[in-house]
Ligand binder design. Structure first.
Ligand code: ADP
Ligand code: MG
Length: 728
């Protein structure tokens, strides 16, 4: 066996679990110890500064410079007491990971000593050397600088010896260059729209918060294996590899060495998360071998998004100590279940009500139905935006591949709520008679049980499912930043709730009672949104046909899905809700198109390299062995016997030659296709060309390589095989 594969296998197989024992500390003792949360703020800040930050967090109030100095000083003292020496503005540029620029608290003084310095200015605003972050042309056309600005709604935390301050990243002229800025704006928009609608039901509601609980799936593979697979190293996924004899089809969970090592990894990860105030609960079993899941208790959406971005970093770091590599890719192994990140979403009032949870009273349920039906209507009207918000080169492998929801967006609500909507849809237009209203309130609205039966019997094939007290957006990819789908979901909800308020108010102005106006509007919405509701099997072919008849989109690739972002419908939506202006939307679109093109381009180069420089030479070597053997037989044997015994080997030689030549010619053709695509003028055309002209070569080349893997002597094959990657 080639040394590279042999050594990797040896290393992985000899790996001992690295025990992790955090000692006997109770979770309650360590939870949030590295977070500048309200508790530590109270301890380290003046009452004035504390009040001001709380106001900023809860009401979006501005913090003035003098107060910012006090906050900075408190934050610094706290951080230093925890051993921090540096601070950084922590942000989420559109590259998909997090970014930091560390600065020391220390400043030398004239007398040769040093002081610890951290001022309000340094807290509030900073100019990172941002020229290498994608800006979609914004900073070219405007200012050549971007800056980060403190987001007081997400608490600062410490990683290692660095105080990390969550920030937004915007261009000098104020355009969003990150994931967080539009999210914060969308959350603000949905807050004000939902609060106004809540006023119909409860005047005490002053604020509505979007909540998010994500479920992160991932694979763990041994670092030695990882290092021996250039495709996984460079692209996060295997670009070739024959399916193992034993895959997930047995649906058993493999209790080899990984699970024990993984358990220690998870224990340490959990511990780190608790210290960072991330309320996680790990889960051990996923569908595929070496696949796992992590999910926290839900939180306010902005904090939850930050926690997800943070955890993706922390996972990498902790994994390294256990000699693991975390694969966040949506589809690391062909033929093996991929990874997603379900986004559980709801809206909660400051009076403690989950607006997507059925309640005990008819009045509470009318409020629930209002938000529930508006959410369905929003998804109906903007399903293309939701589709665009989860589009990525990686996720294209998952959507519609019969393991994840299809690329068709639909909503599952369960049979009980389907019945409720059917009843409401039957209502006549106009004011209801008092008897009818009582009847509806008691027998329809009042009959929605607090715990829905469907809650346990969910439809796993739906991309957007109601699960009892929240919607679960299941099509989100495992490596995605949740901010993107959360921005989309909250902005469409905001827009829809505004529309609802306008529609209801219009009826009220026309003389209708409030209840009647609400019933009438909801009835219309149910009628208008029918086509998005689907209770059946989302993986079935018949659904694809049915969806087409219903006029639902089925956009299979990222470049086409992204096109919706720049439609006038989407731009209007973003602008009218104050989430992004046209320049920002277009910049983002360009960045995402470029990102797509780059990913496919890298995959194409790596595949070409592996196929040409690893697979073909190996195949040639094996072929030579066969030729040698056949030649020997020919010398030894008479013609007749030779014919008889060498036939299969001759066939094999021919087959190997054939496959080698196909690989070489397809690889050349792929390079030509890349060259042509690179010449195109704009990012969109390039992305489309990469999708339509370059990507199709992947399967063709892979097919030949995987066939060769089965033909060639295992002793010669240089790359760790699927069974070794997944089961070692
Ligand atoms: P699963 O979908 O795997 O069966 P659960 O139903 O237990 O898992 O919950 C999934 C996720 O839903 C959890 O991460 C939880 O925090 C989240 N969740 C529960 N209630 C809400 C809510 N009101 N808003 C947002 N997320 C929620
Ligand atoms: Mg789930």
């Amino acid at each position: 066996m080639p040394a590279i594969r042999f050594n990797a296998l040896q290393e992985a197989r000899n790996r001992q679990p690295i025990e992790y024992d955090p000692g006997l500390k109770r979770i309650t003792e360590i939870f949030g110890e590295y977070v500048f949360n309200m508790y530590s703020m109270k301890e380290y800040m003046t009452p004035e500064a504390y009040k001001s930050v709380i106001n900023a967090m809860q009401k979006g109030a501005k913090i003035d410079r003098e107060i910012a100095n006090q906050v900075a000083s408190g934050m610094k003292s706290w951080a230093i007491s925890k051993g921090a020496t540096h601070y950084t503005h922590w942000f989420q540029p559109l590259t998909g990971s997090t970014a930091e620029k560390h600065d020391s608290f220390f400043e030398p003084t004239e007398d040769g000593q040093a002081i610890e310095k951290f001022t309000g200015n340094l807290l509030v605003q900073q100019e990172p050397d941002a020229s290498s972050f994608p800006s979609g042309g914004i900073r070219n056309t405007f200012e050549a600088r971007g800056y980060t600005a403190w987001d007081p709604t997400s608490p600062a935390f410490i990683i290692g010896r660095t105080l990390c301050i969550p920030t937004v990243f915007v261009s000098y002229t104020g355009e969003a260059l990150d994931y967080k800025t539009p999210l914060l704006r969308a959350l603000q928009a949905v807050d004000s729209a939902a609060t106004e609608v809540c006023q119909y039901f409860d005047k005490n509601v002053k604020k509505v918060t979007a909540t998010l609980g994500w479920e992160q799936e991932y694979f763990l593979i041994d670092t030695a294996m990882y290092s021996a697979r250039p495709d996984v190293m460079m692209t996060g996924r295997t670009l070739l590899g024959h399916a193992p004899a034993k895959g997930q089809q047995l649906e058993d969970h493999y209790f080899g060495s990984i699970p024990e090592r993984a358990r220690f990894f998870m224990r340490e990860l959990e511990y780190e998360c608790y210290r960072l105030g991330i309320p996680v609960k790990t889960r051990h079993n996923e569908v595929a071998p070496s696949q796992f899941e992590l999910a926290p208790v839900y939180e306010e959406a902005n904090i939850s998004v930050d926690h997800n971005s943070l955890i993706m970093d922390v996972m990498e770091k902790v994994a390294r100590r256990h000699h693991f590599k975390v694969l966040m890719h949506e589809k690391p192994f062909a033929g093996v279940n991929g990874s997603g990140k379900h986004n559980n979403w709801s809206l909660a009032t400051d009076t403690g009500v989950n607006l997507l949870s059925p309640s005990k009273t008819p009045k509470g349920n009318l409020q629930f139905l209002t938000f529930f039906i508006n959410a369905i209507k929003a998804v109906h009207d903007y399903s293309d935006l939701l589709r665009a918000s989860i589009a990525s080169a990686h996720n294209d492998h998952r959507l519609g591949a019969n393991e994840a929801p299809p690329a068709i967006i639909s909503v599952f609500i369960g049979s009980q709520l389907t019945n409720t909507l059917n009843e409401l849809e039957k209502l006549e237009k106009g004011a209801l008679s008092p008897e009818k209203k009582t009847d509806i309130k008691l027998n329809v609205v009042g009959k929605i049980p607090e715990i829905l039966l469907d809650n346990t019997d969910r439809n796993r094939t739906s991309p957007f499912a109601f699960t009892g007290n929240k919607f679960e957006f299941r099509a989100v990819g495992s490596s995605a930043n949740c901010a993107q789908p959360m921005t989309a979901l909250n902005v469409i909800m905001s827009s829809q709730l505004r529309q609802f308020k306008a529609d209801v108010d219009q009826l009220i102005e026309g003389g209708m009672k409030k209840d009647d106006a609400i019933f009438n509007t909801l009835r219309d919405y149910i009628k208008e949104s029918r086509s998005i509701l689907f209770e059946g099997d989302g993986y079935s072919d018949s659904w694809v046909e049915e969806a087409e008849k219903r006029g639902l989109s089925n956009v299979k690739d990222t470049p086409r899905a992204l096109d919706f972002y720049v439609s006038s419908k989407a731009v209007d939506l973003f602008e009218s809700n104050g989430v992004m202006n046209k320049v920002e939307v277009e910049a983002r679109y360009e960045i995402m198109m470029e990102e797509y093109r780059k990913k496919i381009q890298i995959e194409s180069r790596v595949l070409g390299d592996i196929a040409g420089n690893h697979v073909v030479p190996t195949a040639v070597r094996y072929q030579n062995t066969l030729i040698e053997n056949v030649r020997g037989l020919k010398e030894m044997l008479d013609d007749e016997t030779f014919e008889e015994v060498a036939k299969e080997q001759l066939e094999m030689i021919k087959e190997i030659s054939k496959r080698i030549s196909v690989i070489i010619s397809e690889k050349e053709a792929m390079i030509e296709a890349r060259k042509k695509s690179n010449k195109l003028a704009n990012p969109r055309d390039q992305a489309v060309a990469y999708c339509d002209e370059v990507k199709p070569f992947f399967d063709k080349i892979r097919y030949q390589c995987d066939k060769l893997e089965m033909l060639i002597d295992d002793e010669l094959w240089p790359l760790p095989k699927y069974r070794e990657l997944l089961f070692s």
